[in-house]
Design a protein around this ligand. Sequence first.
Ligand SMILES: [Cu+2]
Length: 155
Amino acid sequence: MHVHKYERWWLTFGVAMLIVFLGVIVFAAIADNINPPTGMTQIDPTKVAQTPPFDKPGLRKLPDGSYEAYYVAQVFSFAPASVTIPIGSKVTFFVTSPDVVHGFFIPDTDINMMAVPGWVNTDSHTFTRAGEYLLICHEYCGIGHQNMFAKIEVR
Ligand SMILES: [Cu+2]
């Protein structure tokens, strides 16, 4: 089979770029110590409603004054639908799903997670500004996805 000289150059260039990009990704992952999430808590997605603390989703105040918020994301709502926290509170969010993959996103904060059946995802944020925050699902989960939201009141 005859491959034109220029075609061969382009093929060589393309393969070389793939090797370079892969090398950059591997180098950055090793240099910055980037790893897949580990140590995540597993949960039986068919028994979320019976598994503490997700059997009673909501806000818990800790002795140090911070909060833990346990959320269940399911088609097409979040439980709890609304929480109120004092301004300046640090809240650690725990979220899981009993059905399909949902998003867990609070605009104007750094909370941006996935709610994955079988797993408990967690992240925390300190709310320093008063107001009403929206918690939205930003992962298409079905026909009622656009109505899937909850509120967080900070005052
Ligand atoms: Cu959704």
